[in-house]
Design a protein around this ligand. Structure first.
Ligand code: PPE
Length: 306
């Protein structure tokens, strides 16, 4: 995303021109990763552009800030409305929203003292996360040599900026090896999640995904898929998943705001099922896209019109 003279960014309650949305190089967040963020999508619906599960995303942002003791300086409602405002002000069509709360410029030192909290929300177009063919054809993933960070070291269910160094190491390694995405194992060797997605395994018509004890981010897309899968007549087991279950799965898919529902067709050169998007993945994906596009009246509560 580049400055075009028109785009604005919401900063502490005000819209500022893109080119002016700058922070100091001595910001606490830049040195120590002391920030928390969200990723949210807005979709075209018959009633106009709507933000998907905005309330849950803002709730998680506040939880993440609490987990890291970053004092929120704006009320929930202000941040919630800020997300709508920034999409509206930029007259955006389908887009991605990036709220970020970080410790700004004041004093350096690991112990945050005299540092202001800065809250921004940016919005910009962002297409398919894992490439244009990913949604239909699926992607190739590799089990990372990097372990997912562990709850004894980080609050894994918080979306802390600094935590993403772990994800960056894993996805960089995966890309350098010629794969699109990494799947990280937890400290016990069980499957945790992708660098920016939760992972689901389908075997003999049963669906499973790791739980919070596998150091995952509790994805909001994951939660949407729980509800969708249930309505389609499937049960989703939340349990530990061992590495070999990935290789032996009938179907595998990632879920995430950015990745949406992305099939995985290969892991470490093991072909998954028939090596194409599987039937259960296809059904869940279709139902997810109906929900985000306002085509499923029973999911209307998940949408906030801008
Ligand atoms: N795990 C991780 C580590 C993660 O970053 C995400 C979202 C998820 C699971 C899925 O969570 P949810 O979006 O609530 O379903 N990753 C965000 C950031 C991606 C990025 O590259 O930046 C996202 O999907 O927006």
């Amino acid at each position: 995303m580049a400055a075009d003279g028109k785009t604005s960014i919401w900063w502490n309650g005000k819209l500022v021109p893109f080119a002016d949305a700058k922070t100091h190089v001595l910001s606490h967040g830049l040195h120590y990763g002391s920030g928390v963020f969200e990723g949210i999508r807005a979709y075209r619906t018959p009633k106009g552009i709507a933000i998907f599960r905005l309330k849950e995303h803002v709730e998680r942002l506040f939880f993440s800030a609490k987990a890291y003791k970053i004092p929120m300086t704006l009320p929930f409602e202000t941040v919630f409305q800020g997300c709508r405002e920034v999409v509206k002000a930029n007259a955006l069509d389908e887009c991605y929203l990036r709220p970020l709360v970080f410790l700004g410029h004041g004093q350096l030192g690991v112990y945050p003292k005299n540092v202001p909290t800065e809250t921004i929300v940016a919005a910009y177009p962002w297409g398919a996360y894992l490439g244009p063919d990913a949604i239909e054809k699926g992607i190739r993933a590799t089990v990372s040599s990097w372990q997912r960070l562990h709850d004894a070291a980080f609050p894994c269910s918080a979306k802390g900026a600094g935590q993403y160094l772990n994800s960056t190491l894993a996805v960089r390694e995966a890309r350098e090896k010629g794969f699109e995405e990494a799947i990280l194992l937890d400290r016990n060797g069980n499957v945790s999640e992708g660098s920016g997605e939760n992972v689901f395994v389908v075997k003999n018509g049963r669906i499973a995904t790791p739980g919070l004890d596998s150091s995952i981010l509790e994805g909001i897309t994951r939660d949407s898929v729980f509800q969708i899968a249930k309505e389609l007549g499937y049960t989703v087991e939340v349990r530990n998943i061992v590495r070999a279950e990935l290789y032996g799965a009938d179907e595998l898919f990632f879920t995430g705001t950015a990745a949406e529902v992305t099939p995985i067709r290969e892991v470490d050169t093991y072909v998954i099922g028939a090596g194409v998007r599987g039937p259960i993945t296809t059904k869940i994906q279709a139902a997810y896209f109906r929900a985000v596009h306002g085509e499923d009246a029973s999911k209307a509560a998940w949408l906030t019109l801008v």
